[in-house]
Design a protein around this ligand. Sequence first.
Ligand code: SF4
Ligand code: SF4
Length: 138
Amino acid sequence: MGRALRFRCQPGCIRCCDNKGFVYLTEADLIRIAGALKLTPAQFESHYVYRTRRTLRLRSPRRRNCQFLTSNGCSIHPVKPEQCRAYPFWPEILASHDRWLAESAACPGIGMGHLYQIETALDTAARMNDLYPWQYSR
Ligand code: SF4
Ligand code: SF4
């Protein structure tokens, strides 16, 4: 990787929210989003969350990838899950410069706008490692 990466989320873009894939939650995400929706954590979980022994994820609706995605973007943007906040600084995307560049096919914000020091991006990726150990620590 170089010393810095350029990235800026593009206005009006919802591509990463609409890509196939699961939106995983932390326990803190669940509590924060439930509160914003004026639900108890248990109510939020029973309506919106699929829990396994090791993971929590949003249930997937039939026609969209995420039930909080609207034509105006994320309806829970201020409280959205850590996974969504961290994108595209995910460990697997920062694994190499080629992988970072390849992700630009999925994210038009890569290579645009703000210059992030590589340490800042790697800090975010390290946080993902801590938050989702079942995914990154094998
Ligand atoms: S794909 Fe990239 S530019 Fe588009 S919404 Fe996601 S982060 Fe922003
Ligand atoms: S929670 Fe919001 S940011 Fe995350 S995938 Fe759904 S719509 Fe996108």
